[in-house]
Design a protein around this ligand. Structure first.
Ligand code: BGC
Length: 747
């Protein structure tokens, strides 16, 4: 270690000596661009090529001669991933890399609270900083297009406006630590099935209105310092080599000055990547250092093959300079950031943040006869049933898998809250996939060899005479559940849970179902369950946060960031959208590597936009979520009858807490365009506010919008257009619980 410090000092000394004074790139009082230019001017072509590709699984080289440090990346996005070996995916086996696991991003989106996003970003950024990571690979903002996408749990739901609002504070919070966010997966990575070979195409309208806004907000409002190019293709070209997405839109239209990092193994071709707009190549499938070559990272597309094209005169160094400058800018913002704080790990504040965010994101979907919160007075018997009550959910799921310092299981959380007087009994009810190892981590051994009938019989016996039955099931982080690299095989719950839940409901009417998932699931037993709680994957404090909600210590205030369709066919991607790819091409495909086209025929009608258009009744609509108190809405008003394109308009509505406990309500504003030259959704979310109200308290909630809330993307003109005419502002407690409508006009 000592030697390295001396070596770095000598290198810097040499550089200083060469320049005769302190080089500009080391002078943090100088403007960033001057520093970048100065450093670039001192680098050889080889040094430039060395900083634009990986040198290990998660790091890229700096310029040792000039004292410019390496860049270290980490997954993301729910906690800081444990370290792997330099050159392999296996765990390095460190003892200092256990983290605080924060709730999955679906849960964060379900808080509808930008303050929770800021708290999340700040906290996870502190953990990244403490672990000396420079780039956090997240957050993810791909739009929830189908409930089968195995990675929906890592994203922020189906609505571009909600995701745009929620992503920005996360980015700012992380980056306040001198750690870059790497917003992913840009773009159109809306399924895991054949994620490397699906060639997406869609109208420009759907691209700009649905799939890009959250990325644009991340760039322009969040100021993200990096972005991750996705695996899939768009219009016939892999995204990491796609100039339309990476240059025309990201750089030219949005003014992005950060680094485009490839998803791990997302680059396929040297010529395309040189001109395609990517800056930093990671994870290309060489055999690392283990198999021959002077250094296998040198065979990356942007390493020797690139240098060879330069020395052969096939390409000049203009693009290389551009890429290296972008990477230098990122290094100066992160690894060489003199103002960065020191960070912290597993602090009580982080644990509290994880619990608070989880508490605000859990959604109470159903609560017949106000069975919740539990009445824990007196000696109560609570039957806790289900594998997810004891299963660790921070392990698995792919790259978001974590080594959590602690994870409170739902069973332990409920036991602790129920207290000594209560009798809490547990029965398994079903068994999921028996996995011993996932994502390089040992999985807890919860194997049980009994068959389904025996498990159900035991669970029913335990449930029969209980005061309450709390069923904790849903999906998990195994392949084909909520997990990277594969999609779900259907909307239904796996492992025979529907039969089990029905049997429990028959045995005891006080059945509370806690669904742990990052995706919508079918609930054929819904009428029979007294209450349903959507609990997501919520990390270290899972059990405590669930106990907070069912006990009533925390009043639920989350709302769904995506629609729970009643049937798969009620989702646009399945009804019209070619998911999971063009049928003829899939049928003709002989090998897994064949490229398959997928046209998003459902166009802009994603999620509730599709449900509204087709007038379907979702199982639970977008924006739905109950509370233990009740809210009464007054009649919404507008501050003017008509607005102009340079004007704003403010809608107001009085909301009163008419129950007997404090609660938070999320007031949602949807805009409807009554007549336009292109088809428009029935309504679109364009504003929301979460307000806390004491019992009896009334507040006026005001939301101001400008013409952007009235605009659509007109692909005929390649421009956002707000057409004069009649509009409606729709105030709702969900996308289907409409409280009032105000008509107004755009002049
Ligand atoms: C995932 C990324 C992740 C990367 C590094 C890829 O397989 O798609 O989201 O950041 O691996 O682990």
């Amino acid at each position: 270690m000592k030697f390295q410090i001396v070596a770095a000092a000598v290198a810097i000394g040499a550089a200083i000596g060469a320049a005769g004074s302190q080089p500009v790139y080391l002078d943090t009082t100088k403007p960033l661009e001057e520093r970048v230019e100065d450093a670039l001017g001192r680098m050889t072509t080889e040094e430039k090529a060395a900083i634009i590709h990986a040198q290990s699984k998660f790091s890229s080289a700096g310029v040792p001669r000039l004292g410019i440090p390496e860049l270290w990346c980490t997954d993301g996005p729910h906690g800081i991933r444990p370290d792997v070996f330099w050159d392999e995916w296996d765990q390095a086996g460190c003892t200092n890399d256990s983290c605080t696991a924060f709730p999955a991003l679906t849960c964060l989106a379900a808080t509808w609270n930008p303050e929770m996003s800021a708290l999340y970003g700040r906290s996870i950024g502190e953990e990244a900083r403490y672990r000396e990571k420079d780039v956090l690979l997240g957050p993810g903002v791909n739009i929830y297009r189908t409930p089968l996408n195995g990675r929906n749990f890592e994203y922020m739901g189906e609505d571009p406006y909600l995701a745009s609002v929620m992503v920005v504070p996360y980015i700012k919070g992380v980056q306040s630590n001198g750690v870059a966010t790497c917003v992913k997966h840009y773009a159109l990575n809306n399924q895991e099935y054949r994620r490397h070979t699906t060639d997406v195409d869609l109208s420009d309208r759907a691209l700009y209105e649905i799939y890009l806004p959250a990325f644009k907000a991340a760039v322009q409002d969040g100021g993200t310092w990096s972005i991750m190019g996705s695996y899939n293709l768009y219009q016939g070209r892999h995204v990491c080599q796609n100039p339309r997405l990476l240059k025309d839109i990201l750089r030219d239209e949005w003014g992005f000055d950060g680094v485009v990092i490839s998803d791990w193994g997302g680059v396929h071709d040297t010529d395309q990547v040189i001109s395609g707009g990517l800056d930093l190549e990671f994870g290309s499938w060489t055999n690392g250092l283990s198999e021959g070559m002077k250094n296998a990272y040198d065979s990356y597309f942007m390493a020797y093959p690139y240098l060879k094209r330069i020395s052969d005169g096939v390409v000049d160094t203009q693009e290389l300079d551009r890429k290296a400058a972008n990477v230098l800018r990122l290094i100066f913002r992160t690894a060489m950031n003199q103002a960065k704080p020191s960070g912290s790990m597993n602090s009580p504040e982080h644990v509290a943040a994880a619990r608070r965010i989880a508490g605000e994101g859990i959604v109470l979907l159903k609560n017949s006869g106000n069975i919740l919160p539990l009445d824990l007075d007196g000696k109560k018997k609570i039957a806790v049933i289900g594998e997810n009550a004891i299963k660790m959910m921070t392990v698995g799921g792919g790259s978001s898998s974590l080594k959590a310092r602690r994870e409170v299981s739902p069973l332990d959380g409920i036991k602790a809250r129920a207290g000594k007087d209560a009798e809490v009994v547990y029965a398994r009810g079903y068994t999921g996939d028996p996995v011993a190892q996932q994502d390089g981590m040992k999985v807890q051994d919860i194997s049980d060899s009994r068959d389904a009938d025996a498990l159900i019989a035991e669970a029913v016996a335990v449930a029969r005479d209980a005061d309450y039955v709390i069923y904790v099931g849903g999906l998990n982080k195994a392949p084909h559940q909520d997990c990277e690299d594969a999609d779900r095989e259907g909307l239904g719950l796996p492992y025979g849970q529907d039969r089990l839940i029905s049997a429990l409901a028959d045995a005891n009417k006080n059945l509370i179902v806690v669904n742990v998932s990052g995706n919508a699931v079918a609930m054929p037993w819904l009428d029979k369950a007294a209450a349903v709680v959507q609990a997501w994957f919520i990390g270290s404090e899972a059990g405590n946060a669930i106990a907070d909600i069912v006990s009533g210590d925390v009043n639920p205030s989350g709302k769904l960031p995506f629609t729970f369709p009643a049937r798969l066919e009620d989702s646009g991607a399945h009804a019209e959208g070619e998911y999971p790819g063009n049928k003829e091409q899939l049928a003709a495909s002989k090998q897994w590597g064949d490229t398959i086209k997928e046209y998003y025929n459902e166009d802009i009608f994603v999620g509730y936009r599709w449900a509204d258009k087709k007038k379907t009744t979702p199982l639970f609509p977008f924006g739905h979520g109950l509370s233990y108190t009740t809210f009464e809405y007054g009649k919404p008003t507008a501050d003017k009858k008509a607005m102009t394109a340079d004007d704003t308009i403010t809608f107001s509505v009085n909301v009163k807490n008419t129950g007997d406990r404090e609660g938070q309500e999320i007031v949602q504003l949807y805009i409807a365009d009554k007549k336009s030259s292109l088809p428009r959704p029935v309504k679109e979310l364009k504003g929301f506010k979460k307000v806390k109200l004491a019992p009896g308290e009334e507040q006026t909630v005001s939301i101001t919008v400008d013409k952007s809330a009235l605009s659509f993307f007109d692909d005929r003109q390649h421009a956002w257009v707000a057409e004069p005419g009649k509009f409606e502002a729709i105030i709702g407690a969900s996308s289907r619980d409409i409280k009032g409508v105000v008509k107004f006009e755009l002049k």
